[in-house]
Design a protein around this ligand. Structure first.
Ligand SMILES: Cc1ncc(COP(=O)(O)O)c(C=O)c1O
Length: 396
């Protein structure tokens, strides 16, 4: 099919040309005396993205799932009680991993389309006078349903009853894309991956930890080997890795961090908010609903859009791909066939989002959804114009 594939899934996201070029280089020696010139600033700069000044970061040659496992096996011990909640496919997978790794999971099952139940967490923590709960888990941005949860409120719930549990956050589709403040929110283990806000291929798992988590790791009784903090610390401190690092990805990370700091984290968050608002305006102009049940759950990085009864979401995704060379995100697990998703994070702008919305409109119309042609795109254009930040756009 002519033209390139339009990628609007919520990760992997589009890779900027500078980042792609930065990864196109001859293989280099990962034990050379100059290698730390690449790696040491990377460790420092990834911490800047997480807003972690006091702890340290581990960069694993894995996807985000590996960083989840690293967090749990280094910091907790088998049989530890943990408090989790499930309201989408990724929070489900995290619960599943915790159970398989031998933790005693108190999982609060919530309606898909909602997020972390702050009041229920607060109740559970206040009732746990003996401090049996060792860690509390938050899926910051549930990518399957387009729901963002309030990490700061979970920290406040812990503090309100003086509970010492560690706070674990899955920020795979949030960190670097929407507000995240590790130190301020007292997050002990924050996980992310390279293929979303960091605008890279999959293959780097980031785990940013607090001093408290590092202390907990010293007494953890869990078996770990490849993901061992100790092994990583021994070599990372001098700029090396305990195994062969993925050099091309690290070179790409250098370029992506440069782009992130050049634009500025606050500007990136504002851009994602603007773009998400455009998508949300389109969804309501189509007369459709988001999977997120209330505005307080709205995600600025991904929107999951409910389809009318009788419309097969899998066919919508297939049709967009085959007919318009456009990749939209499919519904996963409980919402498979019922929603389609638009990823609006990473390296993208208003025109790209309008492209996604055009493809979605064409596809929805072809699939028999009764929407007014141009209504969603028009609503998004109106929203973008009212949010325009440049004087020329404002004056026009
Ligand atoms: C919120 C969330 N957590 C975890 C994961 C798993 O990450 P990975 O696929 O990089 O292992 C994903 C992947 O999309 C995700 O969106």
């Amino acid at each position: 099919m002519p033209g390139y594939n339009h990628l609007f899934i919520p990760g992997p996201t589009n890779i900027p040309e500078q980042v792609r070029q930065a990864m196109n280089l001859p293989m280099e020696d990962m034990r050379s005396p100059r290698y730390p010139e690449l790696t040491l600033p990377l460790f420092a700069d990834v911490r800047r993205v997480f807003k972690n000044q006091n702890g340290r970061v581990f960069i694993y040659p894995s996807s985000g799932t590996g960083a989840w496992e690293a967090a749990m096996t280094n910091v907790l011990s088998p049989g530890d009680n943990v408090l989790m909640s499930r309201f989408g496919q990724f929070s489900h997978l995290w619960v599943d991993m915790a159970e398989r790794l031998g933790f005693v999971v108190d999982c609060l099952d919530m309606e898909w389309g909602t997020g972390v139940p702050i009041e229920l967490y607060a109740e559970r923590l206040a009732a746990d006078k003996e401090h049996k709960i060792k860690a509390v888990f938050v899926t910051h941005n549930e990518t399957a349903t387009g729901v963002t949860s309030d990490v700061a409120a979970v920290r406040a719930a812990l503090d309100a009853c003086g509970h010492p549990a560690l706070l674990f956050v899955d920020g795979v589709s949030s960190i670097g894309s929407i507000e995240f403040r590790q130190d301020e929110w007292g997050v002990d283990c924050a996980v992310s991956g390279s293929q979303k806000g960091f605008m890279l291929p999959a293959g780097l798992g980031f785990l940013s930890v607090s001093q408290k988590a590092l202390e907990a790791a010293k007494i953890s009784r869990h078996v770990r080997c490849y993901f061992s903090f100790e092994d990583m610390i021994k070599t990372n401190d001098t700029g090396y890795f305990p195994y062969t690092p993925p050099t091309q990805l690290l070179r790409g990370l250098r370029a992506s961090l440069d782009l992130i700091f050049e634009e500025g984290l606050d500007s990136i968050f504002a851009r994602h908010h603007r773009l998400a608002n455009g998508v949300r305006a389109a969804v309501s102009a189509w007369g459709l609903r988001l999977c997120a049940t209330e505005p307080k759950w709205h995600s600025d990085t991904v929107s999951a859009i409910r389809l009318p009864e009788g419309i097969d979401g899998a066919e919508v995704i297939r049709h967009a791909y085959r007919t318009y060379n456009t990749s939209l995100g499919s519904g996963l697990s409980q919402v498979a066939g019922k929603v389609f998703r638009i990823g609006h994070l990473g390296s993208l702008n208003e025109v790209m989002v309008l492209g996604a919305l055009s493809a979605a409109e064409l596809t929805l119309l072809d699939c028999g959804v009764k929407i007014e042609p141009g209504s969603g795109v028009g609503a998004a254009i109106e929203r973008f114009r009212s949010a325009a930040t440049t004087p020329a756009a404002k004056a026009a």
